[in-house]
Design a protein around this ligand. Structure first.
Ligand code: ADE
Ligand code: ZN
Length: 324
């Protein structure tokens, strides 16, 4: 099964590139940039990744990215991930990035975009890996700030495959960002949003009704609302589910308790993704393998899940044909 799951062409639709920062690279970049880390060793970093919920992870996630200072750093971060993903049979990666988390510590958008763009071209050329870019807004910050960032990103609008919404979900409903997402719609930029990870089903409805999203990131709590499940099934809205993330952030206690089998039985359009692989114990292959162990799925089920992601990817039809 490991061979089959490695060879299976996998598209990843839900990855935070800052969450792919492995402790080894964190140390290397800290040294290169003269930044002090609150850890003595790589092992100390990994030992600190013992989360009780989303916020406890976000605290370390925002702290970890402080080592990213230059375009070269963002390039190295992304290439490091693209190489690992490629070795696991990933053929397409759609990466979220968090411009506000970098702007807030004095790193200009241009620095981020230059580094990521360079890495994307290199990945296409050297690995045959296609990539897409999702600029995410931090939902625990003001909508005004998000709108300002969207306007500031004008030189890069053409390079954005979508805008997204992430960070602390509880108490930050999608409606807060209706105006920002309406502006993105007017600009012709597709929209996705995290919803129903820790937040209630109402946030999934809110993302569909007020943000006009084409995909829901996570969405696992939809099962608490049968009418919403029926709608997601009828509209075949893609859910970018992240199994190991949900275990590490205590959305579920054990993978065996994860609602994935129920989501599939309901006929929902499910995909498997890694979210923040450096923090949650593995990338795409580990997520697929963990599901195999927990649910005993057959090859046909994994083909269906991988196929769902390829059909939903932000690629042109020529590339989609290559990925199929
Ligand atoms: N930012 C990075 N990972 C995230 C997650 N799993 N949920 C919300 N925001 C995030
Ligand atoms: Zn996420």
């Amino acid at each position: 099964m490991r061979d089959f799951l490695t060879r299976l062409p996998k598209a990843e639709l839900h990855l935070h590139i800052e969450g792919s920062l492995e402790p080894e690279l964190m140390f290397a970049l800290a040294e290169r940039n003269g930044i002090a880390l609150p850890y003595a060793t790589v092992e100390d970093v990994r030992a600190a990744y013992d989360f009780s919920d989303l916020q406890s992870f976000l605290d370390l996630y925002y702290q970890g990215m402080s080592v990213l200072q230059t375009a070269q750093d963002f390039h190295d971060l992304a290439m490091d991930y693209f190489r690992r993903a490629h070795a696991e049979g990933v053929v397409h990666v759609e990466m979220h990035f968090d411009p506000q988390a970098h702007l807030a510590r004095g790193i200009e958008l241009q620095v981020v975009m230059e580094g990521l763009s360079l890495a994307r071209r290199e990945a296409a050329r050297e690995l045959g890996l296609s990539t897409a870019l999702i600029m995410a807004f931090l939902r625990d910050r003001d909508a005004d700030e998000a709108l300002k960032v969207l306007e500031e990103a004008a030189p890069y609008w053409e390079m954005l495959d979508a805008v997204g919404l992430d960070s602390a979900e509880q108490g930050n409903p999608p409606e807060k960002f209706a105006e920002v997402f309406e502006r993105a719609r007017c600009l012709g930029i597709p929209r996705v949003a995290h919803a129903g990870e820790e937040g209630p089903p109402a946030y999934i409805r809110g993302a569909l009704d007020h943000l006009g999203v084409c995909r829901i990131d996570h969405g696992v709590r939809c099962l608490e609302d049968p009418e919403l499940v029926a709608r997601l099934r009828d509209e075949q809205t893609v859910l970018t589910v992240c199994p190991l993330s949900n275990v590490r952030l205590k959305v579920v206690e054990r993978l065996e308790d994860h609602p994935l089998p129920r989501l599939l039985a309901e006929g929902l359009n499910v995909t498997l993704n890694s979210d923040d692989p450096a923090y949650f114990g593995g990338g795409m292959l580990e997520n697929f393998l963990a599901c195999q162990r927990a649910f005993g799925w057959d090859e046909a089920t994994f083909r269906r899940l991988a196929g769902n992601a390829i059909e939903a990817a932000f690629v042109d039809e020529a590339r989609r044909d290559e990925l199929r």
